[in-house]
Ligand binder design. Structure first.
Ligand code: HBI
Ligand code: FE
Length: 279
């Protein structure tokens, strides 16, 4: 029995029980959705905005996963499954490896609009699921799940969790007119959707797989560093390589302090152009 009384199955899934949402729950969804939908054009990447449109996530309240899944499965074979909250790593990776995205069923309270610790249905369904309509990102997420299961076996989970954090949760992408957001943790947060692109304080570095895997992260504040991919295809290619050699070199490499800029880092500005760091 999970916290909110749901009966969970062996794979940690529960019924979404859409009928149990209250009018206040649906109103919270609409408030969050409309605030982000007004802010994100020009900030979120095209695949995200197209996915949001394709899945029609507004519909005046929390979407029924069954309705979303009909379209999502048609587009990329992915489905959303309801879970009570964070699930054990092995369970999480197993779902991703089978094109199932675990989404929290609960929604935050009206007084928690701007921050909550645990991913709720708005973070998961609005933040993560639109990108799963993009075939390249859909492949990446499945490859990530398979890699996660391997990493667990090799004791490299910390490194792999960083890859998830700096791409799936807080990733930026180079767009023709400047940087664009694809990370769910940013795109589902009003304040961070502004901070990640506009603030001069965080570092924005060109994505490099080993660099990301050596960089710790904090979960309780805006990011101090964002990594920028040139394209989703480049991200997918990065995960198709054999990680064995990478893990061997990571075992000898130290972590990189979260706010550090290394001489070999390529520092990006908000525009499309880049300049090599002068440090
Ligand atoms: N469980 N429901 C849920 N959602 C997550 O994002 C999640 C998880 N369990 C583990 C986990 N993430 C991390 O281990 C990964 O980010 C690596
Ligand atoms: Fe998330």
């Amino acid at each position: 029995m999970s916290a909110d009384g749901a009966v969970r199955r062996a794979d940690w899934t529960i019924d979404q029980d859409w009928a149990a949402y209250t009018p206040e729950d649906h109103a919270t969804w609409v408030t969050l959705y409309e605030r982000q939908a007004a802010l994100l054009p020009g900030r979120a990447c095209d695949p995200f905005l197209k996915g949001l449109e394709a899945l029609d996530l507004h519909r005046s309240g929390i979407p029924d996963f069954a309705r979303i899944n009909a379209e999502l499965a048609r587009l990329t074979g992915w489905r959303v499954v309801a879970v009570p909250g964070l699930v054990p790593d092995a369970v999480f990776f197993e779902h991703l490896a089978n094109r199932r995205f675990p989404a929290g069923r609960f929604i935050r309270r009206p007084d928690q609009l701007d921050y909550l610790q645990e991913p709720d249905v708005f973070h998961d369904l609005f933040g993560h699921v639109p990108m799963l309509t993009d075939p390249v990102f859909a492949d990446y997420m499945q490859a990530y799940g398979e890699g996660g299961l391997r990493a667990l076996g090799l004791g490299r989970l910390t490194n792999l969790a960083r890859l998830y954090w700096y791409t799936v949760e807080f990733g930026l992408m180079q767009g023709a007119e400047g940087l664009r957001i694809y990370g769910a943790g940013i795109v589902s947060s009003h304040a961070e959707s502004v901070f990640a692109l506009d603030s001069p304080s965080p570092n924005r570095l060109a994505f490099d797989l080993q660099r990301v895997m050596r960089t710790p992260y904090r979960i309780d504040d805006f990011q101090q560093v964002y990594f920028v991919i040139p394209s989703l295809e480049a991200l997918r290619q990065a995960t198709l390589q054999d990680f064995g050699g990478l893990y061997a070199s990571l075992a000898k490499a130290s972590d990189i302090p979260i706010a550090a800029i290394l001489p070999e880092d390529r520092v990006l500005t908000r525009g499309a152009q880049t300049h090599v760091s002068t440090q």
